[in-house]
Design a protein around this ligand. Structure first.
Ligand code: NAD
Length: 335
């Protein structure tokens, strides 16, 4: 099977590519290697896969319309796993336009590539942040209305709507995954676990928002990757009544789906910090701060729909996952 994986040098993309290569697939990895966070971390991830048989790296920007069209034309991908894009809630407050390019234009270029090149399936990253404020717990994809409270979240919701229209109009099978705070080895330096670890090991204070009372459904990277890989075996198909002329006669018959993928076991930020203190064997010096704009107080995933399809749900505890992150962090930064 020939895959395009975008965000190849990113946290989740890099892990997914390793699993695809292990299974003997051919993978073209795309990334623009931007400097949103430490480029050395991105190139170090890439260095681990660069020479593996079946892997090709392409440095380009998702927003480059001609470049993306040519990439699809020349490679004839069967499957696409689209994990590239501008992540981060807080960064979107200061840098809104980079989200329009990477997440809106970029996503459209991927959809167009799928449309014109008979791609069998597009799986793309959405986010728990699309749910926004005042939601029933746990969050369910059956809820009709979302209330994104950051531009980042709004672009992720837009990605789902764009995918729905392409599934409906052109019969492209699409699967959106709403990730819930992913963490683990090779994780992102802009996320709490990485920042806390770096600060604690340097003997510095850590900034704890909402006085540590935010609850998050922290999800371990291997559980995310396992779900993505299993979803490759259960691709949605258009209903028999789908036609090129009319598209899907009903929204429910388009080969479109969106799932939550979270741990279904939210913990407070304070409990997450305690797990880190345990793994590092030291106490954190905490700087207690109020909630930041664009953040939500709690996330919690209802994963029943995903479980019905793939027979798997995330299962790694925060203690276990944080300990594995710390082992990686020490090995990587203290070599
Ligand atoms: P990441 O930032 O580590 O990876 C994204 C990669 O995309 C980066 O390597 C970056 O260089 C690349 N990229 C960004 N803009 C690009 C562009 N215009 N053209 C080409 N490449 C570009 O992030 P991640 O944690 O691996 O997240 C992957 C996806 O999952 C993102 O869409 C993110 O929004 C989403 N997501 C992640 C989390 C999480 O907790 N990690 C939660 C919810 C959603």
């Amino acid at each position: 099977m020939k895959y395009l994986v975008t965000g190849a040098a990113g946290f989740i993309g890099f892990h997914v590519i390793q699993r695809l290569l292990d299974a003997g697939h051919q993978v073209v990895g795309l990334d623009n290697l931007n400097d949103y966070y430490d480029v050395n971390l991105k190139t170090s991830r890439l260095a681990l896969i660069a020479d593996r048989s079946g892997f090709t790296f392409v440095k380009d920007d998702l927003a480059n319309r001609e470049g993306m069209a040519e990439l699809f034309r020349s490679h004839r991908f069967q499957r696409v796993i689209h994990l590239g894009g501008q992540a981060g809630v807080r960064y979107s407050l200061e840098n809104p336009l980079s989200y329009a390019d990477a997440n809106l234009v970029g996503h459209l270029n991927i959809l167009e590539g799928c449309r014109h090149n008979q791609v069998e399936h597009l799986l793309y990253a959405s986010s728990s942040s699309v749910y926004g404020l005042n939601r029933k717990m746990p969050f369910s994809t059956d809820d009709a209305v979302d209330h994104p409270v950051s531009l980042y979240a709004a672009t992720k919701k837009a990605n789902e709507l764009m995918a729905h229209s392409y599934s409906h109009l052109y019969g492209i099978p699409t699967t959106g995954l709403r990730f819930f705070t992913v963490y683990g080895p090779w994780g992102r330096p802009d996320m709490a676990l990485f920042k806390f670890t770096r600060a604690m090991m340097a003997g510095e204070k850590i900034d704890v928002y909402n006085h540590g009372q935010m609850r998050r459904d922290f999800t371990y990277i291997d559980d995310i990757v396992e779900s993505i890989i299993r979803l490759q075996d259960v691709i949605p198909q258009p209903d028999a009544d789908w036609t090129v002329e009319k598209g899907s006669p009903a929204a429910s018959s388009a080969p479109y789906r969106v799932y939550n993928i979270g741990n279904s076991h939210p913990v407070t930020l304070m409990a997450y910090i305690e797990a880190l203190e345990g793994a590092l064997g030291m106490k954190a010096d905490k700087n207690m701060l109020p909630m930041q704009s664009g953040d939500v107080a709690e996330t919690s995933a209802d994963t029943r729909a995903l479980f019905e399809v793939i027979g798997f749900r995330p299962q790694t505890s925060v203690e276990e996952g944080v300990a594995r992150f710390v082992d990686w962090y020490r090995a990587f930064y203290q070599k």
